[in-house]
Design a protein around this ligand. Structure first.
Ligand code: ADP
Ligand code: MG
Length: 423
């Protein structure tokens, strides 16, 4: 079978790498891909946002399975377009993808199904939102309704700050249409956990848990990023939490979706806060996480193609999902300046030496091949994953690999999973 992976990040390289392991796969394409996906398959120069070009490519090349990385392609209805042409694709359709694409839609569904989440109010008028900011007790969390490249959530610690955020979203339109409506919600305390599950209608199967590191600098300082590292499994999870997750989140959610006439088929990744009074949903993502995927997939022992096919065909009950019990630690190497302005085109050295170290996998993100050399081409450049019997061993292996890699301006966090190593 021929496979098409849509997207160009570390997540897509990890997906392509794992899918390529399957005996069912003959050829693998990545659109548009990066210098890493090019080593395991063929890059196709169609951006992930050019939906009709992707459909045409899949049709002309008889692609047997297309796997979507980024959220905006799903929100744009890529799954509906593929299905209308009889093409097999992994991911929720446009209606079901609203769960991620509209935080208000998700909030309303959670409220109807009594799924535990932060207490929230939604606003479509800036005047009402500003009035509310003047009376509510900070801190509050302000969220743009729509997709905002992971930048649409701000924690405001003072009333004036909250009012500024509301003005920027609703009056200055810094996130465009995504900020036309907003949510203002209670600020929860606790530790975060990323959960990945394969969902097919009302059936679901858990993949592994993970924890992301969102801030740019050590000690959770600095600005928010797309994610600077991950560890799997999460240390704040156990069988009791899993039961609570099944009973109070997944079952009512899938029930609620069915009741609303929505059929979710794909990967559901709820972002959770583990609080002293139980789990709370922060948001629902409708696709694999980045960088969580780079930590989760190297632990997956089962065939990913079969799992995705079982999800699409509604056969999740008989699927076998086995994970390596070891810990995976993923560290992102970023361009100097990221998440703000950064330079590109810097040559990357030492990739082969790093990849030859034991239990290390190197996933490319913002890289491209230029005149035979691999150079940087994005903010997040590489994701270095290592497996270990302990968190400490996985960390040591990942950072040993990083010492082999060089490019001008490279920056990374030195404390990924460090707290878990000391626990
Ligand atoms: N109610 C909340 N209380 C405390 N922190 C929150 C809350 N909602 C979101 N956050 C923080 O903001 C981050 C981003 O919010 P999230 O809802 O996941 O949106 P997105 O990933 O689309 O930016 C979360 O990972 C979490 O750190
Ligand atoms: Mg999130």
């Amino acid at each position: 079978m021929k496979i098409l992976v849509v997207g160009s990040g570390g997540r897509e390289h990890a997906l392509a790498w794992k899918l390529a392991e399957s005996p069912e796969v003959d050829r693998i394409f990545c659109a548009p891909g990066n210098a890493g996906t090019e080593e395991i398959g063929e890059n196709v120069s169609i951006p992930a946002t050019e939906l009709s070009k992707l459909v045409r490519f899949a049709k002309e090349n008889r692609i047997g399975l297309t796997v979507i990385g980024p959220d905006d392609a799903l929100a744009g209805g890529i799954v509906d377009l593929f299905e209308a042409e009889g093409l097999r694709i992994f991911g929720p359709n446009q209606k079901a993808a609203q769960l991620e694409a509209s935080k208000i839609f998700a909030k309303e569904l959670m409220s109807a199904e009594k799924i535990p989440t932060a207490e929230a109010r939604t606003f479509s008028s800036s005047k009402e939102a500003l009035d509310y900011c003047s009376e509510v007790m900070p801190p509050v969390v302000i969220k743009a309704d729509g997709l905002a490249l992971g930048k649409g959530v701000i924690i405001a610690h003072a009333r004036e700050n909250a009012r500024q955020v509301v003005r920027s979203m609703m009056e200055e339109h810094v996130f465009g249409e995504a900020g036309r409506r907003i949510i203002i919600e209670e600020c929860l305390r606790g530790s975060e956990c990323s959960v990945h599950a394969l969902v097919s209608g009302e059936a679901f199967r858990m993949l592994a848990t993970a924890r992301d590191h969102k801030r740019a600098l050590d000690g959770d300082e600095g600005p928010n990023t797309g994610g600077m590292g991950a560890v799997s499994p999460a240390d704040n999870w156990n069988t009791e939490r899993e039961r609570e997750f099944d009973d109070s989140i997944m079952q009512p959610l899938l029930h609620g979706l069915t009741r609303s006439g929505l059929m979710f088929r794909g990967l559901l990744f709820p972002g959770l806060m583990v609080t002293s009074s139980g789990l709370r949903v922060l948001e629902f993502n409708c696709r694999f996480g980045d960088p969580e995927t780079q930590a989760i997939l190297p632990r997956l022992k089962s065939d990913l193609v079969s799992l995705l096919m079982a999800t699409i065909e509604g056969r999740l009950e008989d699927a076998t999902i086995e994970f390596d019990s070891r810990t995976a630690v993923t560290v992102i190497l970023a361009s100097g300046g990221y998440p703000r302005k950064y330079d590109a085109g810097k040559p990357i050295e030492g990739l082969e030496n790093a990849a030859s170290l034991p239990e290390v996998r190197i996933f490319h993100a913002g890289t491209k091949r230029q005149d035979g050399k691999i150079v940087t081409s994005g903010g997040r450049v590489l994701a270095i994953t290592a497996l270990g019997e302990s968190v400490t061993e996985a960390r040591e292996r990942a950072y040993a690999a990083i010492r082999q890699i060089h490019f001008e301006g490279c920056h990374f966090r030195r404390d990924i999973a460090l707290r878990l190593a000391h626990a």
